[in-house]
Design a protein around this ligand. Sequence first.
Ligand code: SF4
Length: 699
Amino acid sequence: MIQAESIVRSTCPYCGVGCQVNLHIKDEHIYKVDAPFQVAPNYGRLCAKGRFGVDFVHHPGRLTMPLIRKDFGVTPRQPVGLEGFREATWEEALELAARRITEIHQQHGPAAFGTFASAKVTNEDNYVFQKFVRGVLGSNNVDHCARLCHAASVTALTIAIGSSAMSNSIAEMKDLDVFIVTGSNTTETHPVISTFLREAVVNNQAKLIVVDPRQIEMTEFAEVWLRQQPGTDVAIFQAMAQVIVAEELFNQEFIDARTEGFKDYAAAIMDCTPEWAAEISGVPAEDIRTAARLFANARTGAIYWGMGISQSVHGVENALSLANLALLCGHIGKPGTGLNPLRGQNNVQGCSDSGGLPHVFTAYQPVADDAIRAKFEQDWGTTLNPEPGLTVMEMVDAAASKIIRAYLIMGENPLMSEPDLRHSRHVMEQMEFVLVQDIFLNETSEYADILFPATSFAEKGGTFTNTDRRVQLIRPAVPAPGQAREDWAILCDLAKRVEILLGRPASIGFDYAHPSDIWQEMARLTPAFQGIDHARIQREDGVHWPCPTPDHPGSPYLFEDTFPSGRGVFTALDVRPGAELPDPEYPFILSTGRVLYHWHGGTMTRRSKLDDIYPDPTVEVHPLDADALGLADGQWALVRSRRGQIKVKTIVTERSPQGVVFIPFHFAEAAANELTLDARDPKAKIPDYKMCAVALEPV
Ligand code: SF4
């Protein structure tokens, strides 16, 4: 008998493309996923993760009850499985968490807390999270995994133009003229975006320039592929700029009207010739010239990049070198023409937009700005801390020196995502209190004192903001398992209890009936969101911020007339070596990244059917290196660095160049971050996940 079924529109919970999905429901189960054809941003397209990877929602390992650690309060703590916890009522778990937070606050003050917002949960969840941390705990120590993926892009674009968001929409991709893809294996990390980019080449004769050490699939569509040595990006892009200046291919009108510092910049880069860059990068000088001329002479020129640019000790310089190119050619401020860091997780853009960063409230309003802070103080009815807080990695340092004593973690898994995991685990063992809310027990929540079961994307409402700033709805489609609750609702109950225990005379406001109430408050305090509400998003299938008024159409592309900082700024850059170079003991460069069938720390995809397709941790090794090491395709290899070692399965392939190996970071049993080092970009504090030295041997 065919049973009644329903279809619920939602947003894919995986990558930043933000594909719209139809969840087909029968017997309270998602049994099929497809996509509406007429709706942006994906217009009916989905990748394997969106179409086949959401069965994690029904995985038997979902957390269904609040859990309290059986050896609560014992330090150093050890990771425990579910048998190391006991079930509790919400009342008991919330009361105990509130009491412990209050005790630590009274003994050590606001600086004792390190808190992790989440790129996986909704804007509304993140807004309430940072409101609790800033307004109740009095700390700005709130950060999230954007620090570990695009912090360098954010810092660089803020320096260059005063705004870090992607400047163009996905819909503009099909009409591209010339575009650069660099540090982004787009086909696997943003698969639906890669289809639009390939369509521009195949159907519209757009010209693609790929700059990447790996032979990623996008190279098959490239007019020019510059295969640089890892860590030499600045040399390539600065040499392209030198060609554009030397051959007077720059856009003088744009430079005069919209930028500053051109003369000094042009003088500073005159020795950065393609021949100079060729020596550093290994890329033939003539190819650099060809790419420079192609980009400069384009009708429109767009640049797309990923973590290959940003996750580096010189990530800010890498991204600044891209901004310099766009400013030189005036390739910004028009459709299909701009600077586009492709954001990773489903709501990494939205978590930052919602105040999940240590130095800003919503939509990048600085906490140190007296007028901005006064606005939030008046609305919330409290006094706020003017000092920017600590970043993710600074929180690890502060915890190691016993300044931070408690971690509050919502939907993040730092013990998979942080570099040099041995050090991160040691820090976690010493914490006085760890509170986690999540949907599964994972490498981080195994250290929790109290574990709150949260709802997944399919069991709640709210909004995600995708990589092109499009705010989109998710909707409840199936019941939450057991006693799991929405993150914002858990936080509201916790916040009110802490307020009472701290003796606050009045609450700063945690009585929301629905996520739309939370959005209304956020929009009231955020000029860029004031034209957006849940009803409008529903009507229009998503709205691009900035959208300052209800009659504003939203902003698919940015910077038509001006930059937020006024004029665009050129920056001449030095070429610096990586933090750890190969040597006889560790002769290979390790780069880490993603594969098509998995996502981030694997918390969701490893609990889906996708794990059957790609079940093992792998390492890509060039055939010449494999021969020299005696490694065969499919053989297990031991990979060692100065920090740790893992066992992975060998893929012999020319995708990675000789001397470079690539390991995906999704596998807890062979976490790539056991090997990486925590050397950081000095400005953005982002660790370098793309370059450290390792040795390999057959197992
Ligand atoms: Fe989901 Fe990204 Fe795949 Fe779209 S491209 S279906 S958002 S993982």
